[in-house]
Design a protein around this ligand. Structure first.
Ligand code: URA
Length: 194
């Protein structure tokens, strides 16, 4: 099967998914978006209100701020692939339950297999915990590890505060933007091969 066909099959599967209770209250599943050929993947938590309506990741207020973060790092949505750990909106945007994360993980795993990212940016605690566990990294509070670069088997894993954190606490905004500026420096070194 070609990679294109694998994506088509995966997207069909996700659209029909009823592996956990979240399918009952969703409007749309949010599979992901952006550049499937990018080596940079951004992973959020789960769709919110607007994402559920539009079927696209990060299109609400947090998404607007994410665009600003990406700009700070010298990136745009066309340079990255964006998805979430969980593909359906949890009611009232509550944190996804462990069983929902487990049920949905087959899709993120397939996306990772198809994208083969060199750089994984985890947006918030849910993504950090998932990816750190997968790659055998010690899980620490995001307040301690945000903006740092971890390398596992040649893959760079970068935990970031969730962009929505800036919406609840304005002091976070500057801290978050500083992390994305550091990412810009890292990407420059990475591209230069130094
Ligand atoms: N928050 C997320 O974690 N993901 C989205 O797609 C939107 C908001």
């Amino acid at each position: 099967m070609s990679e294109f066909e694998e994506w088509v099959k995966l997207e069909e599967l996700i659209r029909k998914c009823a592996r956990c209770e979240l399918y009952k209250s969703r409007t749309n599943v949010v599979i992901g978006g952006g550049n499937r050929n990018s080596k940079i993947i951004l992973i959020g938590e789960a769709p919110g209100y607007f994402e559920d309506i539009k079927g696209k990741p990060f299109v609400g207020k947090a998404g607007m701020f994410l665009n600003e973060c990406l700009r700070c790092a010298g990136l745009s949505r066309k340079d990255v692939y964006i998805t979430n750990v969980v593909k359906c909106r949890p009611p009232n945007n509550r944190t996804p339950k462990p069983e929902e994360i487990r049920a949905c993980s087959i899709y993120l795993e397939k996306q990772l297999e198809l994208i083969k990212p060199k750089i994984i940016i985890c947006l918030g605690n849910v993504a950090v915990r998932y990816i750190f566990r997968k790659y055998g990294l010690k899980i620490e509070p995001i307040s301690k590890i945000h903006g740092k670069v971890y390398e596992v088997f040649g893959i760079y894993i970068i935990p970031m505060f969730h962009p929505a954190a800036a919406l609840y606490n304005v002091n976070f905004k500057q801290v978050i933007l500083e992390d994305w500026k550091k990412l810009r420096d890292f990407l420059k070194k990475y591209k230069d091969g130094s």
